[in-house]
Write a protein that binds this ligand. Structure first.
Ligand SMILES: Nc1ncnc2c1ncn2[C@@H]1O[C@H](COP(=O)(O)OP(=O)(O)OP(=O)(O)O)[C@@H](O)[C@H]1O
Length: 267
């Protein structure tokens, strides 16, 4: 990880024009993700977290403020972004391998067909799906589909990986299993990532920085740096340091929800 911000969001403000009138969603969003960094974004439901990912992917341009990737302003949809969502949306008429290969049919690549396939197989093996390459999505469990979706998001070596609550619908054990898979993937396939989550444990287990957004209209309310403890295991979540971080974040969420006075936020 370097200190250069790969993603740099400054003073972003945005209002949606809806049938029932203007809806101000972002009001002073600042976020910076260094190259190789992994930032988790947490905040109350409906505050604007997914809107933030659309800004990074260039799927919308804010009314005010700047969004830069590698120093260049984002002015339209970016192909060099990998995305995974809560619903993996795999195409049932394609095999798992062909689902993973899909982005390479859209994004230009120098890889030959055998090289693409070898890369897809390597990624699938990395997430524990070796032997499932020729299965159809309906033959896989929810956790397995999410693993395949992660491979699809990474196949084109994206500059930025955006994960919008990818583990939200999974049971607790599968989710923890996938957290550990994520660490393995990041070691083998380094990426710069933004993770949207409602799970504070997930945020401190996976990310090296956690950004708390205020209630809508969202602004950056609080930033927590997660100390680099080397390779993390689930045991890390049961240390006094983790308990302290979780308490701090929980309190910040209460402030964001308007359930605790902001004065207590002073660190
Ligand atoms: N294109 C749009 N037009 C109008 N309103 C929108 C649009 N996109 C999002 N919104 C509204 O903006 C607000 C923020 O939405 P967003 O999906 O970013 O929130 P979120 O924090 O990701 O929500 P959740 O935590 O529930 O997933 C919501 O009230 C949503 O209804």
């Amino acid at each position: 990880m370097t200190d250069d911000p790969l993603i740099d969001i400054r003073g972003v403000r945005h209002t949606f024009r809806t049938a029932s009138g203007p809806l101000k969603v972002l009001d002073g969003l600042d976020l910076s993700v260094p190259e190789g960094g992994f930032v988790a974004v947490v905040g109350p439901s409906g505050c604007g977290k997914s809107t933030l990912t659309r800004l990074v992917a260039g799927l919308m341009i804010p009314d005010e403020g700047t969004v830069r990737v590698h120093g260049a302003p984002v002015t339209g949809p970016r192909s060099n972004v990998g995305m995974a969502f809560q619903n993996p949306v795999l195409l049932e008429w394609r095999s798992i391998l062909d689902n993973v290969l899909l982005p390479l049919e859209i994004v230009p690549t120098k890889l030959s067909k055998p090289e693409r396939e070898a890369r897809a197989r390597r990624l699938l093996a990395l997430v524990g799906l070796e032997g499932f390459e020729n299965k159809r999505p309906s033959e896989l469990s929810g956790g397995m589909k999410q693993r395949a979706s992660l491979c699809r998001a990474l196949i084109h070596q994206p500059e930025v990986l955006i994960l919008d609550e990818p583990f939200g619908a999974l049971d607790a054990f599968t989710r923890e299993d996938l957290w550990q898979t994520m660490h393995r993937v990041k070691e083998e396939e380094p990426f710069t990532g933004v993770l949207i989550t409602h799970d504070l444990r997930e945020s401190i287990f996976l990310a090296d920085r956690v950004v708390v957004l205020s209630g809508r209209p969202a602004r950056t309310q609080f930033t927590l740096e997660v100390p680099d403890t080397g390779r993390r295991t689930l045991d890390h979540l049961y240390t006094p340091e983790a308990a302290e971080m979780l308490n701090t974040l929980r309190h910040q969420i209460e402030i964001a929800q308007g359930r605790a006075p902001a004065a207590q936020a002073a660190e």
